[in-house]
Design a protein around this ligand. Structure first.
Ligand code: DX5
Ligand code: ZN
Length: 217
């Protein structure tokens, strides 16, 4: 499966956001937007005014990762702003997850379901066929710059095996502590969308860091 690199602007320089988005337009596949509400996670990031500003400059698709309670409230806004991929946490949505995935899809966006590292990966299985992609957190959602949790590799493999068993080709996205040290192993495990915040934006040449992830073998 074609690897896609999704730099997270959480680690960008917000005083130069336009410049950073233009740079990503030239070298990345997706722009990952981390939206945090200070309630589902113990941090607040940014909201729709920033997404709107990004949407005016971005020429590559926006991938919005909602770390919020009641993600269903924001489906219409995302669609209006041209978000291509919208994901939310199973822990936040619980039994409403199927309904929310369906509503995201009905707006023409790709629908993603996310789990934190402490949620058994098997909990995603009932949503195979309902989600367009799955996001496995390899750190606990809430902050950039955390250390990759190695057990995530096993979780990705288990999900990948189940997807293959069912003949489903939904991509697996991985988010948290992704960098050149684990990229090859993540690809091998079955992840095909890499979110990377600090390993891209803290690099001297962010586009070279994207290329390094893309060429990991
Ligand atoms: C964490 C966010 C991530 C984060 C990744 O809650 O979902 O997208 O920005 O940052 P790094 O790559 O620095 O771990
Ligand atoms: Zn994220």
């Amino acid at each position: 499966m074609q690897l896609q690199i999704a730099p997270s602007i959480l680690s960008a320089d917000f005083s130069e956001l336009g410049r950073d988005i233009e740079m990503l337009n030239h070298c990345a596949d997706l722009i990952h937007l981390d939206i945090m509400d200070g309630s589902f996670v113990p941090n607040i990031s940014f909201g729709f005014p920033v997404v709107e500003a990004v949407s005016r400059i971005a020429t590559i698709p926006m991938d919005a990762h909602f770390m919020v309670v009641h993600p269903e409230r924001w489906v219409d806004r995302c669609a209006e702003l041209g978000v291509a991929m919208m994901s939310f946490h199973l822990e936040a949505a619980g039994e409403d997850s199927s309904k929310i995935l369906e509503s995201i899809r009905s707006k023409g966006m790709k629908a993603g379901l996310v789990i934190n590292p402490d949620i058994p990966v098997e909990k995603l299985f009932p949503y195979i066929g309902q989600a367009d992609y799955f996001l496995i957190m390899s750190v606990f959602a809430g902050f950039g710059g955390q250390k990759f949790i190695p057990e995530s590799l096993k979780r990705i493999k288990v999900l990948k095996a189940e997807l293959e068993r069912r003949g489903n080709d939904a991509p697996i996205e991985v988010d948290g502590g992704v960098g050149p040290a684990n990229a090859a192993a993540l690809r091998e495990a079955g992840a095909s969308i890499f979110v990377a915040g600090s390993s891209v934006f803290k690099a001297e040449d962010p586009c070279a860091a994207v290329a390094l992830l893309r060429n990991s073998r």
